[in-house]
Design a protein around this ligand. Structure first.
Ligand code: IPE
Ligand code: MG
Length: 220
């Protein structure tokens, strides 16, 4: 969900106004996902590197996220959305932590759409956490293969993403699902996240449908 800051700057608004606009965009995108048959959506909300931003922006963003969960939870639950969190909880403000835990608990039996919220998420941190957990459990090296590692990631039990969309024209992964995304299709659009709408999503999915996925092999 990139480009909130530039969206705001273009309108002479503070960066947090861009984050606000970005969260207001979530409803229509979730609805569009359900309409287009997407069953699992992961939103990159805040990275382990985003703490480097000015305190004012970080605090503002955390507040916005807290408000958004409080405001949207009833409807998400009603629509069968299962909310999950991927990332580290440690630095997340206690109020937001509590709201996330509550949302995850309340929606755990829903099955229309899995919504992974990547918050204080970093792909490298995730791999570090997986290695630590494997060592702590005393796993023997001979028993560690790619599936083992996948099972120790935050996304345990979920398939790898088919499509990764990045808004705002940046061509990099920025530490997002770096293990899981090894063979994901990438799609970059110039639209800033607050402007990314149903039509943009449809274009991305259509483009994805034309890709030939070979996973390093050759298609006959
Ligand atoms: C949103 O966009 C990403 C978040 C960390 C919430 P940005 O805040 O990165 O927007 P730009 O890149 O400055 O435009
Ligand atoms: Mg950015």
């Amino acid at each position: 969900m990139d480009g909130n800051g530039r969206w705001a700057r273009k309108r002479n608004l503070p960066r947090v106004a861009g984050h606000q606009a970005g969260t207001n965009n979530l409803r229509r995108i979730l609805r569009a996902c359900v309409d287009q048959g997407i069953r699992i959506l992961t939103l990159y909300a805040f990275s382990t590197e985003n703490w480097r931003r000015p305190e004012e922006e970080v605090t503002g963003l955390m507040k916005i996220l807290e408000t958004v969960i409080a405001r949207e939870l009833d409807e998400l639950d009603r629509n069968g959305v299962q909310i999950r969190h991927i990332g580290r909880m440690d630095r997340v403000p206690p109020g937001l932590q509590q709201k996330i835990k509550h949302a995850v608990e309340r929606t755990r039996h829903n099955d229309q759409l899995i919504l992974n919220v990547a918050l204080n998420y970093g792909g490298r941190a995730e791999i570090v956490d997986a290695v630590r957990a494997m060592l702590a459990e005393g796993l023997h090296p001979d028993y560690i293969d790619e599936d083992t590692i996948s099972r120790y990631l935050y996304t345990c039990g979920l398939p790898d993403p088919d499509l990764i969309i990045r808004t705002s024209g940046e061509n990099r992964s920025s530490n997002f699902l770096i293990w899981q995304g090894a063979y994901s299709e990438f799609y970059v659009t110039d639209a800033y996240w607050p402007d990314f709408d149903e039509g943009e999503l449809k274009k991305a999915v259509e483009q994805y449908g034309k890709r030939e996925r070979r996973y390093g092999g050759v298609n006959q």
